[in-house]
Design a protein around this ligand. Structure first.
Ligand code: SF4
Ligand code: SF4
Length: 417
């Protein structure tokens, strides 16, 4: 490291004590550090609704400790007052457990230092020449991580490297897990937790923090994470499986222009291989989200993003085969479904009368000989293996007592009149 903002690393053997045996933790500090970031993750977290940042900070969720948030943009303190808790945590005198949240990728500060500057920094430390120099957030991460109850990487830059670490990476940017290394474990024995997305769904951020805090407070089990440290309940499925347009893929219906409400794979959607929950959760407040609003998936939650998905808006090569297969089988399936749908859009009265009394349009209520023949076979298959048949002798026998009761009540009422 250069002398720029250099701070002596803490004793690597240092481990704070979490007094879980003295009862539930009531307060946890959260240090939000920003590396090579656009602040999009901060905006996403600030807009989260389930839970909100305010709920986390005011201990309004039963069982959750209060979060004391130290955020370079959202905190109301500044300067030395803002940095005081950071220094205390680093020196082991904070007196409360803490978690580290890192937004943005971790740049190689040696490159900037050699050029006489820094990439991302917060606070200042005295340099050997007596001057005050900015402390890189990478150094804060290095120094705070060993004592943290958990280190949470927020957003794709922090989880995998993201855009700053793409081809041509002049800043030596890397992910939090690359920076801390394979052997890193937090004070509670956790490797870095990764919440990817560019930017992530805000609720994914706050919900994961809440789940980890619930564990910290002794109120819940440690949530399940996958082999890359992603919350498994949020990133276990491809976005395609929950996509609002997935039924179109299955029936071989593909959009050729934006705005068509059909599967977007031929416009460049990578959804079938991308782990993301945005279509079921929405981008913000359960609204929006890529395919919900007609946009394709460019794989922003994935470690390979952006290089492995570029150029964007070009059809993924594998989709040629899968889309052709879907077209072949899907067009037949789609025809059969339309056929069945038409007959399910008729009441028994309309089906008998072969007419639909709709004032909205001139609906063809009739059915051709072929439709009646296929419909007969379909209905036979539908009922096969059961004892149910609408209007059957058995159904009439089961309904007979009710009909008798209604008739006798009606007769009594007429007699009384
Ligand atoms: S739009 Fe994308 S995610 Fe949705 S069905 Fe098509 S390929 Fe799958
Ligand atoms: S659907 Fe794709 S582009 Fe949209 S947020 Fe998820 S991973 Fe990113």
């Amino acid at each position: 490291m250069s002398g720029n903002g250099e701070t002596a690393p803490r004793d690597p053997g240092y481990r704070p004590v979490f007094p879980l045996d003295r009862g539930p933790i009531e307060e946890v500090h959260a240090f939000w550090l920003a590396g090579m970031s656009c602040d999009g993750c901060t905006i996403a977290a600030a807009g989260a609704q389930n839970p909100t940042v305010e709920q986390l900070m005011s201990a309004r969720l039963p069982g959750l400790p209060k979060i004391v948030l130290h955020h370079p943009v959202l905190s109301v303190t500044a300067g030395k007052a803002f940095m005081k808790a950071h220094h205390a945590a680093r020196e082991g005198t904070l007196g409360a457990p803490y978690v580290v949240l890192y937004e943005g990728s971790v740049a190689d500060e040696r490159i900037a230092g050699d050029l006489g500057g820094y990439w991302s920094a917060m606070g200042a430390a005295e340099a050997p020449d007596g001057s005050k120099q900015p402390i890189p957030t990478a150094h804060w991460l290095r120094d705070l991580a060993p004592g943290a109850a958990a280190v949470i990487a927020v957003g794709t830059c922090a989880t995998w490297g993201g855009v700053p670490a793409a081809a041509g990476n002049v800043t030596g940017s890397m992910s939090v897990m690359d920076y801390l290394g394979k052997d890193y474990l937090s004070a509670l024995g956790l490797p870095p937790i990764n919440i990817p997305g560019c930017a992530p769904v805000g609720d994914n951020i706050t919900e994961t923090i809440a789940a980890v805090l619930m564990f910290l407070a002794g109120f819940g089990p440690l949530p399940e994470f996958d082999e890359l440290g992603r919350p498994k309940w949020l990133f276990g499925e491809t976005v395609h499986r929950r996509c609002v347009l997935a039924g179109n893929y299955e029936e071989g219906k593909f959009a050729q222009e934006y705005g068509e409400r059909q599967c977007l794979v031929e416009l460049g959607c990578w959804g079938p291989v991308v782990q993301c929950n945005i279509v079921s959760r929405g981008a913000l407040g359960h609204a929006g989200g890529c395919m919900n609003t007609g946009g394709i998936c460019i794989g922003c939650t994935m470690p390979g993003f952006p290089d492995a998905f570029a150029p964007f808006y070009k059809k993924p090569p594998g989709s040629t085969l899968s889309a052709t297969l879907s077209r072949t089988t899907g067009s037949f399936v789609s025809y059969l479904r339309q056929f069945t749908q038409k007959s399910r859009n008729r009441t028994p009265n309309w089906a008998r009368a072969q007419a639909v009394p709709s004032g909205w349009a001139n609906v063809d209520g009739g059915s051709s000989i072929a439709e009646r023949a296929v419909g007969g076979v379909y209905d036979y298959l539908r009922r096969r293996g059961t004892r149910f048949e609408a209007g059957s002798a058995r159904q009439r026998a089961l309904q007979a007592p009710s009909h008798r009761h209604l008739r006798s009540g009606q007769a009594e009422r007429e007699g009384a009149e």
